[in-house]
Ligand binder design. Sequence first.
Ligand SMILES: *Cc1c(COP(=O)(O)O)cnc(C)c1O
Length: 379
Amino acid sequence: MTNPYSWLDKSLNTIHRANWYRSVKTIAQKPGAVVELLGKPVVNFASNDYLGLAGDQRLIEAAVAATKAHGTGSTGSRLLSGHRELHRDLELAIASLKQTEDALVFSSGYLANLGTVSALVGQRDLILGDLYNHSSLKKGAILSGATTIDYQHNDLADLRHKLENNRALYRRCLITTDSVFSMDGDLCPLPELIAIAEEFASMLLIDEAHATGVLGNTGAGCVEHFSCTGKELIQIGTLSKALGSLGGYVAGSATLIDFLRNRAASWIYTTALSPADTAAAIAAIEVIKQEPHLRKQLWHNINYLKQQLSDLELLPSESSILCINLDTPEAALNKAQQLIDAGIFAPAIRPPTVPTSRIRLSLMATHQRSHLDLLASLI
Ligand SMILES: *Cc1c(COP(=O)(O)O)cnc(C)c1O
């Protein structure tokens, strides 16, 4: 008899041979522009903490105060014993930032996408998703049971073609897209997507994970950046990137949110966000509203680094994510190792996460000019 688990070793070997193997790296100290990696200080270009809020004293104090007042756990799902006033305060703060009627907070952005997509469409329905969408949108599509067709990345002609051929065969249709594509840094063509969705009587879901707090005049995201505030959309986001906390959200019409409270399984059957995470996210939204200079500093850093790297093959980007293309996974791994040895943490991103290998840089408002110069000189 063969051991029923022996395939695990074989499978891992295949992953190693393809240079696809990944493992965790331990970071010490508080989040920031410089962190300790394997006992050595490195400038951090791998963090989603775009505004530097994850280590901000005000968020820390809000989290500590909420823990002292409400304890460490929320003890149940929102519909049973888990709901606190803090949760509602956070949802109202998100709706106010996004200028939507209401919002709903999930325990992560991943769960927000799983729950929302699978609640909005089912077996008689169609999902058209951008090929480069985040894993959580793709898995949500599978979970929903809807027929799912990917369109080529940001390719409106391909989307239109696929809608023309398929839309009439299905009851409801949901178009899904990242707003900032997380492994490339480019933006979706939102105004055009809104027009196509309207033309084909389709819902449009936009994932603002990397845009909230970064794009738009008030930091509301890509929707605000494109002056599409107030359009009927399903906006997803996370509290774990620029907001420096943990959790996810959906923002939209009051009807949409009321429906999701009744139908999104990943909201109904999971424990409510902890008081600490909730309070930290509320404090972060307050900082984002009160301190637009953080966002300005971030954009200053992005534009400065782009200028310094203008001789290189950068992927098109309009966000705080910049990618340098490399030919092979080995080349990307070697480059990342060289950078680490020189005190720069910038990860290699390889297949199967992305189609082509690259070094991915995440900029923060808290990077100093000297950090950016060091990176530019090494690359
Ligand atoms: C990070 C990310 C998520 C998941 O958010 P979490 O809160 O980390 O679970 C979802 N969508 C996109 C586009 C992301 O980049």
